[in-house]
Ligand binder design. Sequence first.
Ligand code: ZN
Length: 237
Amino acid sequence: MNKINLLCILILLLANNLMHAQEINTEILIGMDDSRIVSDTILLEKETYSAFIKMKDAAEKDGIIIKLVSGFRDFYRQQLIWNNKYKKFTNEFSLDGPTAIKEIIRFSTIPGTSRHHWGTEIDVIDKNFENEKDLLISKKYEIGGIFNSLKRWMDENSKNFGFYIVYDDDSNRPGFEYEPWHYTYKPVSDLYQREFLKLDLKSIISKTKVEGKEFINDEFIKKYIDENIMGISSHLK
Ligand SMILES: [Zn+2]
């Protein structure tokens, strides 16, 4: 390949990247715009959806039936989950605001900051056990658990389709608890993650109806980004 061809390719790649970055606006990143989401029973970002279908078909050939239990979740759904928990923790359990928030963020994200807003994230189970109670329990994915065959298949194959575990079992990882069911479609979520980190979260949250938002100040946001948003598997950073 001569130098001019190489230069052309580099320019094209750069332009493509810039174009994609421009398309990803704030509303998309915080789950208020679903224009890139495609509809099936569970919603996903369009490229994530095609990759997921390919992975699901491959797994089926190996006798594993992957069932998607969660994909795209919009801002308002996350706000409802958050506000219900906040009210419960402050009213029923009489916690003060900052303590309630600390409890909630062990398992749930602040509305606007969930990776599920991007449509690039999937929560998966083994369809054979879809009627089980309490599906998303990490023990069920370990040896002896009902979802262990699924997990072993994912460990071996998911990366070939672009899917990576986000909240792994590395004991040095801060932030959210271990989630062996949650995968991200890295080819798209890498870009979303980069763009998301440029947002002014405090100002975005202050304009919403998120309960306890008065406690979400600069200091809190900095810690939350360092520990929770970036508390992800090292291969996603
Ligand atoms: Zn998830």
